[in-house]
Design a binder for this molecule. Structure first.
Ligand code: DGY
Length: 332
C-alpha cells in the first residue's frame, strides 16, 4: 500500500461537493490543506480534472467519475474517499493499479436508507402519492369505500435482493409488520438467518412469491439490468418493485411497460438511470409509479456521518494509518 510521503509538508485534499456543515471536520482537524467546491451544482469535468492536479486526497461523490483519465490528471493522488456506500463511479481496478486507496462509507447510512425504503414500500403499497394528489386536486368527495384501495403490507411477503447492511435493516423492520422475508444475495448469510427469520431463495422464487420486491444489490457489470421484462413477468400482478440501490439494476423501459400494462402493481424508485430522470420520462406519467430524487441517505445526521467517515479515511491514508473502510487494501 502506498502512503503519503511525510516529506511533503501539507497534503492537499479536494472535496468535490458542498457537503453539510461538519462533514469534513476531520480533514481540517488533521491540518490538511483542504479545497472544497462551494457551489451547489457539481463542478464540470474539465474543472475537476484541472483541480485534481497535485492533490493527495479526493473526497468524491456519485456525481464524479474517478477513472483512468482522472488518475492521469492527478499523479500525486493517494486516496479516493467516496461519500457513499456505492462506488460504481470509481474505477477501482485503475486505482489499485496506481496504488490509490479507495474507500467508501458502509454502515453509517444503512438504517437511514432502510427507513427510506420503508417509506417507499408504504407509500406505493397504500397509494399515498395518488391520495395526496386526490385531495390537492379537489377530488375528495368524502369517505368512499372504493377510493384508493391499495395492498396490505403487514403479513405479506417481502423479497430483498441483496442482504448487505441496508438489506438487513430493511429485513429487521419487516418483522415489525409480521412479514415473511425472503432474500436473494450473491452469498448466503447463515449468520443473519440465525438472528431473524429470513429465508434464502433463488431470484426466480423471490420474484414469484414476493408482494414487495426491494433492491439493495451493488451495481456492477454483472448486476446491470438484472430485472427486465422476463423478471417482471415472474412477479405477481399485485406486487410492487422498490429500488433504492442504483437505477442501472433495472431496465427502466421494462419497468415502464410492466407498470403501464399492469404486469406489476407499481414501482417506487429512489434511483434512476440516468440521474436526474428527464422530466419527460414516460415513467413520470404513470399513477402507479413514484420517483424520488436519490434521497436514501438524506438526513442531516447521516450525511454528516458519511462525510466524517470519508474524511477519516482520507486522514488515515495520508497519515500512513489503516483507513477504517477501504475497499481495495488487500490488493495494494
Ligand atoms: C450511496 O451511499 O451509495 C448513495 O447512493 C449515494 O451515492
Amino acid at each position: 500500500m502506498t502512503t503519503f510521503n511525510r516529506a511533503d509538508s501539507r497534503p492537499t485534499v479536494l472535496v468535490t461537493r458542498r457537503f453539510p456543515d461538519g462533514s469534513t471536520r476531520p480533514l481540517h482537524d488533521a491540518g490538511l490543506d483542504v479545497e472544497q467546491w462551494a457551489a451547489e451544482e457539481p463542478m464540470s469535468r474539465d474543472t475537476l480534472l484541472a483541480k485534481v492536479a497535485g492533490v493527495h486526497g479526493l473526497l468524491a461523490s456519485i456525481t464524479e467519475r474517478v477513472d483512468q483519465e482522472l488518475l492521469d490528471a492527478a499523479p500525486a493522488l493517494r486516496v479516493v474517499a467516496e461519500y457513499g456506500v456505492g462506488y460504481d463511479n470509481i474505477d477501482v481496478e485503475a486505482c489499485t493499479r496506481r496504488g490509490v486507496v479507495v474507500c467508501n462509507t458502509p454502515g453509517v447510512l444503512a438504517e437511514t436508507t432502510a427507513d427510506l425504503t420503508w417509506s417507499l414500500i408504504l407509500t406505493v403499497g397504500r397509494r399515498i402519492g395518488e391520495a395526496i394528489d386526490h385531495v390537492k386536486d379537489g377530488q375528495w368527495q368524502g369517505w368512499n369505500p372504493n377510493v384508493l384501495l391499495g395492498q396490505d403490507v403487514h403479513h405479506r411477503t417481502l423479497g430483498i435482493v441483496g442482504l448487505g447492511a441496508i438489506g438487513w435493516q430493511v429485513a429487521r423492520r419487516a418483522l415489525g409488520f409480521d412479514m415473511r422475508v425472503l432474500y436473494y444475495s450473491a452469498h448466503r448469510h447463515p449468520e443473519l438467518e440465525a438472528q431473524a427469520p429470513v429465508s434464502f431463495v433463488d431470484l426466480e422464487a423471490l420474484l414469484r412469491e414476493s408482494d414487495f420486491v426491494t433492491l439493495h444489490a451493488a451495481f456492477t457489470p454483472a448486476t446491470r439490468h438484472m430485472l427486465s421484462t422476463a423478471q417482471f413477468k415472474l412477479m405477481k400482478k399485485t406486487a410492487y418493485l422498490i429500488n433504492v440501490a442504483r437505477g442501472g439494476l433495472i431496465d427502466q423501459r421494462a419497468v415502464y411497460e410492466a407498470c403501464r400494462d399492469s404486469e406489476i402493481a407499481g414501482a417506487a424508485l429512489d434511483v434512476t438511470d440516468p440521474e436526474p430522470m428527464p422530466r419527460d420520462d414516460p415513467l413520470l406519467t404513470l399513477p402507479n409509479v413514484i420517483v424520488v430524487p436519490h434521497i436514501g441517505s438524506a438526513t442531516v445526521a447521516t450525511r454528516i456521518r458519511m462525510g466524517t467517515l470519508a474524511s477519516d479515511n482520507i486522514v488515515a491514508v495520508l497519515k500512513g494509518a489503516t483507513p477504517p473502510t477501504a475497499v481495495n487494501l488487500d490488493r495494494l
